[in-house]
Design a protein around this ligand. Structure first.
Ligand code: ATP
Length: 319
């Protein structure tokens, strides 16, 4: 193996650039070459590919987003399109590929692997919803952005004795919601993995109001419903001075935290090492602070599990 292609695909996440840098530098360190593929699988097909060296990868570890851009390209599920992608890889002399993205991107990577190009996946998504990894690249930064927003919302909630329903991202996973709820001392948290009862939420708000706490923050994962819908359901139960806030895409951007930079760097180095051992069709994760690799096919058969111990902590502290 001489040339490694690298792309970012699916939703962008802070820390993707740190992974691109790590792959580039590790490749150079090992006497290999790295080739950046812009716009994910769309760019692969278009031949939007360039030699990336440690100069290009300088000063990107602290930048959010992805210098390789990202795109959705559903056409890559079709075999003739995949074969054209393979032609592009051959044209540029690329013999192995690293894909940073979510499980959709892993499907694309596996197709390339099946066509004889070792492909390794790195989990790049703020949602933390990929199986076989405790953390995904971008989750920690998004979480910190959400907590920062909650701290600000609490100031205004306290000043006007309001209840804020704050909707955070996470797709169908409640990870951002649970972590943010604990870190921001939220009065309640609602996640897709657990049923909820609006009457119970209202009763809790009433009892904390009776104890003198007149403002509240309820963290709501987007996979449940929108903040506006939830506020509407809560409204008939009492005068809570409700306000609904959706944090939205602000959670996807920003300077990556040190944790995300280090995680992405470790994973990037490990990905190159696996390719050097002629491994492919695997997704990298981190479990108990150890880097791990799992067969992508096993990953597709699995589901990310919510940490219900953390959910219990959030609930125990929010009474
Ligand atoms: P996120 O979790 O942020 O949405 P993702 O990687 O799951 O990231 P998707 O939009 O599902 O995002 O997939 C990204 C890209 O991967 C798609 O636009 C497409 O190019 C490719 N892809 C997805 N599914 C497949 C598939 N079944 N076969 C081949 N390629 C696929």
């Amino acid at each position: 193996m001489k040339r490694i292609g690298i792309m970012t695909s699916g939703g962008d996440a802070p820390g993707m650039n740190a992974a691109v840098r790590a792959v580039t530098r590790k490749a150079e360190h090992e006497g290999l070459e790295a080739y950046g593929i812009n716009y994910g699988f769309a760019g692969l097909l278009a031949g939007d590919i360039f030699k990336i060296d440690s100069r290009t990868a300088d000063d990107i570890i602290n930048r959010g987003g992805t210098i390789l851009y990202s795109a959705r390209f559903p056409e890559f599920a079709e075999e003739p399109v995949q074969l054209k992608g393979i032609e592009q890889l051959k044209k540029f002399g690329i013999d192995a590929i690293i894909v940073i993205g979510g499980d959709g991107s892993y499907h694309g990577a596996l197709r390339l692997n099946e066509h004889g190009f070792n492909a390794v996946g790195l989990p790049g998504t703020i949602d933390n919803d990929i199986p076989f990894t405790d953390f995904t690249i971008g989750f920690d930064t998004a979480l910190n952005t959400a907590v920062d927003a909650m701290d600000k919302l609490r100031d205004t909630a306290a000043s006007h004795e309001r209840t804020f329903v704050v909707e955070v991202m996470g797709r169908n996973a409640g990870d951002i919601a649970m972590w943010a709820a604990v870190a921001s001392a939220a009065e309640d948290v609602i996640i897709p993995e657990k049923d909820f009862d609006v009457a119970e939420v209202a009763a809790k708000l009433k009892s904390s109001r009776a104890r003198g706490q007149k403002h509240a923050i309820i963290v709501l994962a987007e996979g449940v419903m929108s903040a506006a819908e939830f506020a509407k359901k809560l409204e008939p139960y009492g005068d809570f001075q409700l306000r609904a806030t959706t944090l939205g895409h602000v959670q996807r951007g920003g300077v990556p935290t040190a944790f995300d930079r280090v995680l992405a760097s470790r994973m990037g180095v490990y990905a190159v090492e696996l390719l050097m051992q002629d491994k492919g069709g695997v997704a990298i994760g981190i479990q108990n602070n150890k880097l791990v690799q799992h067969n992508m096919l096993d990953l597709f058969d699995s589901k990310h599990e919510a940490d219900m111990d953390l959910y219990k902590v959030a609930k125990d502290l929010a009474f």
